[in-house]
Design a protein around this ligand. Structure first.
Ligand SMILES: *Cc1c(COP(=O)(O)O)cnc(C)c1O
Length: 409
């Protein structure tokens, strides 16, 4: 910082963040950016030299390390090497990209699909490609940062509505000119709370007000619906979402993002989305791994049933001990700690007992709603889940987090 000793705002910002990190690190309460040193098996990991049960993974169907998926990635490297050296439009497209897009379209039951190099970039650049100045974006208050950033970048008017409150959405829809272009966007499963968007009413409103509907399925693919197809299957609705967005970095053990939908929409995005045109194509190994992962989900339906059963067991077990898990119904399970300090202490106490879980604090969640965000996967067995529930209970007693078990009256 020698060149910037002046108290300029950039220097102040940098110093403030460093001081905050130092404050927690010096107390052994800084838990971010920790290397996962080894994946021992689907559930056990090594962190800071110690073996722990993983309760912070997005590998909802336990697909990380699946032999078929690893093999597909290795074969793609042998055939195409490790990079694409180009954007999709200019010499970056390989047959494996086409195959991945066809597989996604088949899985999601749409005419077509298009992939991008991350989920974040998908939301950012697709929203900006669809709307602009003079248009309106209606966004749930708890939507993922990538949706917020895309809407802001687009230049459209950005209207947020109360979380999962369809009356609030309708008031917003009514408040704008009837003939304006409108896009409603929401997470299918909210990434910090684990609850599910009220899709049936949202579809009704989108139709009534002639709005386009975009749903981010980062945490619903593989998790919701009898065969893991996601939120439409969960509600028994058939192709009611115009723009079905998803990531290849959660249930799918790769990296990348996609949009599935009508052929015309996908063709437009291939020519109008700046990240597709100006950023390199997915590496061959990641594209091949992602395509194979969708096929594994279709071939091994037991995984979907298992993650759903595990989520039920985990949520019910925690609630019976008196934890507040908000309105989750899915594999993302918030365990409210309220203050940042309690969330950090709960994390430390859980790690000391061999459960790997991570805290989420503001600004990712509202102030005073800091929490552990635990996740369950199809790789967990009931004894792992029971152990985690016991550990969180012991940790709560140790750090003084009050529990309110439901009365048995
Ligand atoms: C993780 C996530 C993304 C971003 O996906 P990446 O592939 O990690 O960039 C987008 N939306 C939601 C809801 C997410 O949880």
């Amino acid at each position: 910082m020698d060149l910037h000793t002046a108290q300029d705002r950039i220097a102040q910002r940098i110093r403030a963040m460093n001081e905050r990190v130092q404050y927690y690190a010096s107390r052994g309460l800084y838990h971010y950016n920790i290397p996962i040193e080894e994946l021992i098996d689907g559930v056990r990991v090594r962190v800071r030299g110690r073996e722990m049960l993983m309760f912070a993974s997005y590998s909802y169907l336990g697909l990380i390390g699946h032999p078929r998926i690893n093999r597909a990635a290795k074969e793609a490297i042998d055939r195409y090497g490790t990079g694409t050296h180009g954007v999709r439009s200019l010499a970056g497209t390989l047959p494996i990209h086409r195959e991945l897009e066809e597989t996604i379209a088949e899985f999601k039951g749409t005419e077509a699909a298009i992939v991008f190099s991350s989920g974040y970039v998908t939301n950012l650049s697709v929203i900006a490609a669809l709307v602009g100045r003079g248009d309106y974006v209606f966004s749930d208050k708890l939507n993922h940062a990538s949706i917020v950033d895309g809407a802001l970048m687009s230049g459209a008017k950005f209207l947020r509505f109360r979380h999962n409150d369809m009356d609030a959405l309708e008031r917003r829809l009514k408040s704008v000119p009837q003939d304006a272009a409108k896009l409603i966007v929401a997470d299918a499963v909210f990434s910090m709370d684990g609850d599910i968007i009220d899709l049936p009413r949202m579809v009704e409103l989108a139709r009534k007000y002639n709005a386009w509907l975009m749903i981010d399925e980062a945490h619903s693919v593989g998790v919701l619906g009898k065969t893991g197809r996601g939120i439409e299957e969960h509600f028994g609705m058939d192709d009611v979402i115009d723009i079905k967005m998803g990531t290849l970095s959660k249930t799918i053990p790769s990296v990348g993002g996609y949009i599935a939908g009508k052929k015309e929409l996908v063709e437009y995005l291939r020519h109008a989305t700046r990240s597709y045109i100006f950023s390199a194509a997915l590496p061959p190994a990641q594209a091949a791994a992602a395509a194979e992962a969708f096929r594994v989900i279709m071939d091994e339906p037991w995984r979907v049933e298992k993650v759903q059963a595990n989520a039920r067991m985990f949520i019910q077990g925690l609630q019976a001990r008196g934890f507040n898990t908000l309105h989750t119904e899915t594999a993302i399970v918030p365990i409210l700690c309220y203050s940042d300090d309690k969330a950090f202490e709960m994390t430390r106490a859980s790690h000391e007992r061999g459960i790997f879980v991570l805290p989420v604090i503001s600004p990712a969640v509202p102030v005073d709603l800091a929490r552990l965000r635990a996740t369950v996967t199809a790789a967990h067995e009931p004894e792992h889940i029971q152990r985690a529930i016991d550990v969180f209970t012991e940790a709560a007693h140790e750090v003084g987090l009050p529990l309110e078990p439901p009365s048995r009256a």
